[in-house]
Write a protein that binds this ligand. Structure first.
Ligand code: GTP
Length: 347
């Protein structure tokens, strides 16, 4: 039996038509999607939730950053959810049904990569009959980084290449306008106007560290295919879509331990110089002489280093290989320079 949600008004779970509600969380690189997922996983709502994570990047880092609560976490790497791994998504969702047997899930959350166009993800739930019989798309939730979104929306793209940031806002049923601690009221109001010009109907929830009322996000039955078809009558037809191929990733995996001061210096200089082109950087690292796990998070020039001492991630286990994993996503990345820069930080 599904557990009864304890959050008032949240997800009457699978109750209404027997299908499991699916929330798709999208938003550009670094907007705060994993922060929102972690909030959902740690809040005391009493729901059984499975999370499907899709990362863009050669080396997976998010598995270490998503809090391992009781929920099931599935990862899909090496591809964009909207293209090559759509088959994987279908397989994972079908597997979830079989695995859980009578023990039903109350909700599924899919976190897409920051570079995903949400349309093919939405289509999956309508074009695959088996999936449509068991799951219903509850809402498409787009997390927006109030400090960086304007630059993303302004970006010119070559003919035929979509601007994912625009698409993510256009399809949203709910927008989490995040990182409001980083902007003043003027910027916030300007960003809200931009969002409304792209999508007038989505409800905007203001947030810092994705601190939204989950009753406004989960089990809200906000997705309407009719509304999408009104705007785009050929929405369910399989159309080719093109990604911006100038955005690439460099992943680094190296055993060993870092010298924290060298690491600080290298990352500080790198992001100060190249932060305009490096949209996103993140890493999970080992520090010399310590069991603490070091987490590095960067969005353009803004970066922070935290350790497991803060309680967000677990320290290294005694038997665990200390493999440092980093990923950089952006334009004009110099692979060799990034690799040798990091290697020089190893103690
Ligand atoms: N200042 C500030 N930082 C935030 C806020 N929300 C999240 N962050 C930080 O922004 C960085 C990126 O957050 P994530 O939740 O990992 O973003 P994401 O959208 O999952 O990023 P991708 O993995 O690139 O898709 C992390 O360092 C977060 O701690 C916020 O409201 N304010």
């Amino acid at each position: 039996m599904p557990s009864e949600p304890t959050v008032e008004g949240a997800a009457p779970a699978a109750a209404a038509d027997g299908r499991i509600p699916v929330s798709v969380i999208t938003g550009f690189l670094g907007a705060g999607k994993t922060t929102l997922v972690n909030r959902i996983l740690t809040e005391n709502h009493g729901m059984k939730i499975a999370v499907v994570e899709n990362e863009f990047g050669e080396v997976g880092v998010d598995d270490a950053l998503v809090l391992q609560a009781k929920e099931e976490i599935f990862e899909m790497n090496n591809g964009c959810i909207c293209c090559t791994v759509r088959g994987d998504l279908i397989r994972i969702l079908n597997k979830l049904l079989l695995r859980r047997g009578g023990n039903r899930l109350d909700a599924v959350i899919i976190e897409t990569t920051g570079l995903a166009d949400p349309a093919p993800v939405i289509q999956t739930f309508f074009v695959d009959d088996d999936l449509a019989a068991s799951y219903r798309l509850d809402a498409l939730i787009t997390v927006v980084d109030a400090a960086h979104v304007t630059a993303r929306l302004d970006e010119e793209r070559p003919e035929g290449v979509e601007n994912e940031a625009v698409e993510q806002i256009a399809f949203a049923d709910r927008i989490v306008l995040n990182k409001l601690d980083l902007v003043n009221k003027e910027v916030k109001d300007a960003v809200k106007s931009r969002i409304k010009a792209i999508n007038a109907s989505a409800h905007i929830l203001e947030a810092t560290r994705a601190d939204v009322d989950l009753r406004q996000l989960l089990g809200i039955r906000a997705f309407s295919l009719d509304r999408v078809l009104e705007n785009e009558p050929d929405f369910l037809e399989d159309k080719e879509h093109q990604h911006d191929s100038t955005v690439t990733s460099v992943g680094i995996a190296r055993d060993g331990a870092c010298d924290p001061s060298k690491l600080n210096e290298w990352l500080g200089a790198l992001l100060a110089e190249r932060g305009a082109d490096i949209f996103r950087s993140k890493g999970v690292l080992a520090i010399k002489g310590s069991d603490e796990r070091l987490v590095f998070q960067g969005v353009h020039m803004l970066a922070q280093l935290t350790t497991s001492a803060h309680g967000d991630v677990a320290p290294w286990r005694p038997d665990e290989p200390r493999t440092n994993r980093l990923v950089f996503i952006g334009r004009n990345l110099d692979r060799q320079d990034l690799i040798s820069g990091f290697e020089a930080c190893l103690a």
